[in-house]
Design a protein around this ligand. Structure first.
Ligand code: NCD
Length: 321
């Protein structure tokens, strides 16, 4: 796909705050556009001037390795001006409210703000205060839409489709925005989702999300096409959710014995950061035949290029394709 094709692609939203509510065809627009960037990212010259003159600000109120770097690379490869705001050294530390920070940045006329925040709903609140496009880079335990899109792109490239696949999402579902965005996306695209976790790590609303819930790995993983493991998000846990890490790994950590219940060619996924020996056995994580964890990271840059492009050039955002 060359740059000229942008004219024909329209994503009918000003912001990307979550996957919930997106139509299957809107998700497909994002995935198809992402696909066109995968090859570009494998070339020696990875840049295009599509977003020349546009300003994108990464505003991360929480730690991040891959999401922040990935957005930064994506913005740069599209020729945009990419700024990283370090909250640790910003006025937020001086007591500025989220709204005031948003208004301040807004006055500098950015075209896109990429925001990660520890509170669910904070990114939506911020999007209501600014004139530019806002992308949710993860808000509390609510949503992480670009992660679900990159997971979907990884699966679609390996399996050709999402529809009809049986996907197990295992681990700390309660605290996981990755799980929520994936559940919405996979359900919308016709996959079937199983959640596998101890009772303490399954949120009460799980039944309403259109998933099947399992509390033991062997049964839950049975015949699955995809096994997606999640980190125990201890920074979000108040109190004791688990007796011990050793016991958790014994019952819920993905090792070859448990994996044997899935389909023979089941793919292993993890959004990172991984805790080896906690939710996943180190050999399973590094299994080149089965694990697509590195590929997920690669797809992340392509997905973020597509999202940045489609939002920054959206005429509804004042963008001019
Ligand atoms: C996840 C996140 O921050 O929500 N990581 C990521 O963005 N790849 C998952 C996690 O922190 O465990």
């Amino acid at each position: 796909m060359d740059q000229g094709d942008t004219d024909n692609v329209h994503f009918p939203h000003r912001h990307l705050l979550g996957i919930e509510g997106l139509l299957p065809e809107e998700i497909s627009i994002l995935l198809d556009r992402s696909e066109s960037y995968v090859d570009q990212n494998r070339r020696a010259d990875k840049t295009t001037p599509l977003l020349h003159g546009r300003t994108i600000i990464n505003l991360f109120f929480e730690d991040s390795t891959r999401t922040r770097t990935s957005f930064e690379l994506a913005g740069k490869r599209l020729g945009g001006d990419m700024i990283n705001m370090s909250v640790a050294t910003s006025s937020v530390k001086k007591g500025e409210t989220l709204t005031d920070t948003a208004m301040t940045l807004n006055a500098m006329h950015p075209d896109v703000l990429v925001v990660r925040h520890p509170d669910s709903g904070a990114v939506k609140l911020l999007s209501e205060k600014v004139n530019c496009a806002v992308i949710n880079g993860g808000d509390g335990s609510h949503e992480h839409p670009t992660q679900a899109l990159l997971d979907a792109l990884t699966i679609r490239r390996r399996r050709g489709t999402l529809s009809g696949l049986l996907v197990a999402i295992c681990g700390d579902i309660t605290h996981s925005r990755v799980a929520r965005s994936n559940i919405y996306l996979l359900n919308t695209m016709g996959a079937r989702v199983r959640l596998i976790a101890p009772k303490t790590l399954i949120p009460p609303e799980a039944e309403r999300l259109g998933v099947e819930v399992f509390h033991d790995m062997e049964t839950g993983i049975k015949d699955c096409d995809i096994v997606m493991m999640l980190r125990l998000q201890r920074e979000r846990m108040s109190g004791n959710f688990l007796p011990s890490i050793r016991e958790y790994f014994h019952f819920f950590g993905l090792d070859y014995e448990k994996l044997a219940n899935a389909k023979d060619d089941a793919l292993i996924m993890h959004p990172g950061p991984m805790n080896r020996g906690v939710e996943i056995d180190t050999d399973v994580a590094d299994d080149v035949g089965r694990s697509v964890i590195r590929e997920q990271v690669e797809m992340g840059v392509a997905v973020r290029m597509a999202v940045l492009e489609l939002l920054a050039l959206n005429p509804d955002n004042g963008g001019n394709a």
